[in-house]
Ligand binder design. Structure first.
Ligand code: GTP
Ligand code: MG
Length: 367
């Protein structure tokens, strides 16, 4: 037989080549897409001004207080027009209770500012909710929650920020995209049975630390401290909040051997949470990896009486990194989980077709 004048490209190689083109194009498109959704410099300035104004007012009630940002404004995962999460810390021993403060601050802000004010003194975490209607200066308005003494939230914000700092191009792009996607697909409302942004960020970190092999991120809560640390320095309300936070030092000695692009990671993420994660028995813990619901007493107890809502609370289990007895996904209902998994599957299906990158993004985030 006559030999061909060129070496035939085996099917497999052609497939791999097309896949590479697809993920490279998609990664580039993801960077550009989230880049357009970042807050403007002006928005950040306005928000900082609002924080300072509120701090000044609060000090008329509690002179020893500080008002700190947490949540997305402080952890590097903020999108344009995201809400402001503020936490008031009071550095004095004689202070009012959080619920009294909420009532007093609510009255004060109502008198002194143009915000719409809603004090919630009896919530699990008492807060004052503030909002400002859209105006020419702030086209999408401002929404802000002020809580008190929520030191655990400040620490978990710092933990997420440290994870973002280790590999910003991949981690921030991934998280920001997932937040936009979950909001546009309407599966980001804990009050309606789906998951908070905080929950989605934990799912991403869990995936990058514990599912990917080799891991994209190290487990900051398991790296031993360089010097001995005392219990007083590391515990808040009885919870261990220690983690390795010297990211500059870490990056001098640790580098992930995982070289996948952000698009490859995203494709794998959707596949993992559509079919591989053990929803009925597993707990995603960024601190300890995959845990069993049983070992935490979070199992679905089918025999429990109808007054016991533990089944509803533990459909989907994500352990808080510090408050380890707290399920961050406790608000996810049966229908909510069905919807969330449906969306993971839909995203997987879209990406498996390998459309052009811009088509993929617009289909994924279709409202
Ligand atoms: P966007 O507001 O959507 O931009 O996201 P975000 O990153 O601000 O997240 P979210 O509003 O869901 O949460 C804000 C912060 O509140 C988080 O960073 C946590 O510090 C804290 N938080 C939210 N939900 C929980 C929770 O269920 N448990 C605990 N411990 N902290 C939470
Ligand atoms: Mg927020």
């Amino acid at each position: 037989s006559q030999s061909l004048p060129y070496a035939p490209v085996p099917n497999q190689r052609r497939h791999a080549y097309r896949h590479r083109l697809f993920v490279n194009e998609l990664s580039q498109a993801l960077f550009e897409f989230v880049g357009q959704l970042l807050p403007t410099a002006q928005e950040l300035v306005v928000k900082e001004d609002v924080r300072k104004l509120l701090e000044r007012l609060i000090r008329t009630i509690e002179p020893e207080s500080r008002l700190l940002s947490f949540g997305s404004t402080a952890n590097g995962f903020n999108l344009r027009n995201s809400d402001m999460d503020l936490c008031c810390l009071i550095d004095s021993d004689e202070r009012l209770s959080a619920s009294d403060l909420v009532v007093m601050l609510g009255d004060l802000l109502e008198r002194e500012t143009k915000f719409r004010v809603k004090p919630l003194p009896h919530a699990r975490i008492p807060i004052v909710k503030l909002s400002l209607d859209p105006s020419p200066g702030f086209p999408s308005g401002i929404a802000c929650d002020i809580g008190f003494e929520n030191r655990l939230a400040l620490e978990n914000t710092r933990l997420l920020m440290c994870y973002a700092m280790i590999d910003p191009p991949r981690v921030r792009t991934f998280v920001l995209f997932l937040k936009v996607w979950s909001k546009r697909r309407k599966i980001n409302s804990p009050y309606q049975g789906t998951l908070s942004s905080y929950g989605y960020v934990l799912l991403v970190i869990y995936f990058l630390v514990h599912v990917k092999n080799p891991p994209v991120l190290p487990n900051l809560q398991q790296i031993p401290p360089l010097r001995p640390v005392s219990k007083e320095d590391t515990h808040i309300n009885g919870y261990n909040t220690w983690f390795f936070d010297d990211i500059e030092l870490l990056c001098q000695s640790w580098r992930s051997s995982n070289t996948e692009t952000v698009a490859e990671l995203l494709i794998d993420f959707f596949r993992y949470y559509s079919r591989d994660f053990a929803y009925s028995t597993g707990v995603a813990s960024i601190r300890a990896g995959l845990l069993k619901k049983e070992s935490k007493g979070w199992q679905n107890d089918l025999s429990s009486s109808k007054f016991n809502d533990s089944r509803e609370r533990n459909r989907f289990c994500i352990e808080d990194p510090f408050e380890t007895d707290f399920n961050v996904a406790r608000c996810v209902t049966r229908e909510g989980l069905y919807q969330i998994r449906g969306e993971f599957m839909r995203a997987s299906r879209i990406l498996a077709m390998r459309p052009r990158a811009l088509v993929a993004l617009s289909q994924l985030c279709e409202e």
